[in-house]
Design a protein around this ligand. Structure first.
Ligand code: BEZ
Length: 331
């Protein structure tokens, strides 16, 4: 009997040691995002779920919840902070509501085009901004993705930025973009992406701030026949993990999740970079009126924006330096 007890004690000690030295915890993760199933962000999330499952030999599963099924981004961030949600792909918009330094990403004409946007998101300056997230938002920033450059669409003529004056313009709900449209004498109207089509249809809004890809996916051109190609802002996304969840992962799992998620996010950047010109061409073929405007046309509102945000975000200067380096390296 004593021999049996000794044997059991030795066996359970041995299994404890095995568990301590080789963490084999399996986990079911939940990843939330606001884009619909057909959007590139959601497809990247699904692809990440599959590759994590395969690379962990089936130990880890990721259930993806698209189209704001778990709530809007503000609600998802709250869930991430408590650990009720494990991961998310979030617009930098929502991040900047919590960490104002991230507002720098929305400096009007920070970059000139989608290629510069892609390069900036892969720069050291971009990576260093993740240092702010654990403390200020309870999040671990794993990597950046993006959507296309921002454009403007309206139900009535958009021949110059002056035509926007007095319009109710749909914006993604966050401060830096609100400040830009306030400077343009519009009435910025924050609305989440899924609510935009109906708001245009029932004339709750006159114009929208949007990217080519979403204009095509959601068919906004059916309700707003005037487009001003302005390329006025980039639109970064961040792949995040709850800091609470992260703390309880083994180093190997942290490494696995980071590398697989980053791979997918890099692919998102590349997809948007490559499709931008083709999507512009597709929209030019539609029955809509298209005009163009550049940085000079928006000069007043850009300087009003700068006056507000150069105080709120010291990283604005750092991102600008990084853009200069990118331009230099391309000469
Ligand atoms: C938007 O709010 O305009 C948006 C959000 C996610 C992806 C693309 C656009």
């Amino acid at each position: 009997m004593i021999a049996l007890r000794r044997l059991l004690a030795t066996a359970s000690l041995a299994s404890c040691i095995t568990l301590l030295s080789f963490p084999v915890m399996s986990q079911d993760f939940r990843l939330g995002l606001i884009t619909p199933p057909s959007h590139h962000w959601t497809q990247a999330a699904q692809s990440f779920a599959e590759s994590l499952n395969a690379a962990s030999d089936g130990r880890h599963q990721v259930s993806v919840f698209p189209a704001a099924q778990l709530g809007n981004e503000a609600q998802m961030v709250q869930q991430l902070q408590t650990g009720a949600l494990d991961m998310a792909f979030l617009t930098v918009a929502e991040i900047s509501n919590r960490v104002p330094e991230f507002g720098a990403w929305y400096a009007p004409y920070l970059v000139d085009n989608i290629d510069e946007a892609a390069a900036l998101l892969k720069s050291d300056a971009a990576e260093e901004m993740f240092d702010l997230l654990p403390q200020q938002a309870g999040l671990i920033g794993v990597g950046y993705g993006m959507a296309g450059m921002r454009q403007m669409m309206a139900r009535s003529a958009l021949n110059s930025p002056d035509d926007l004056s007095g319009m109710r313009v749909r914006i993604t709900p966050f401060d830096p973009i609100r400040d830009f449209y306030t400077a343009l004498n519009t009435a910025p109207t924050p609305l989440p992406l899924p609510a935009v089509y109906d708001a245009l249809a029932n004339r709750q809004i006159d114009a929208i701030d949007m990217d080519f890809d979403s204009i095509l996916i959601f068919r906004f051109y059916e309700r707003a026949e005037h487009m001003m190609i302005s390329n006025h802002m980039m639109f970064p996304m961040v792949g995040v993990v709850s800091a609470r969840v992260w703390r309880n992962l083994s180093e190997q799992d942290q490494e696995l999740i980071s590398s697989l998620m980053r791979e997918e996010l890099d692919q998102v950047i590349e997809t948007f970079r490559l499709q931008e010109a083709e999507q512009e061409a597709m929209l030019r073929e539609r029955d809509i009126v298209i005009t163009e405007a550049d940085r000079d046309a928006f000069a007043d509102s850009v300087s009003q924006w700068e006056a507000i945000w150069s105080e709120k975000s010291t990283r604005l200067a750092t991102l600008r330096e990084a853009v200069e380096q990118i331009r230099h390296s391309q000469e």
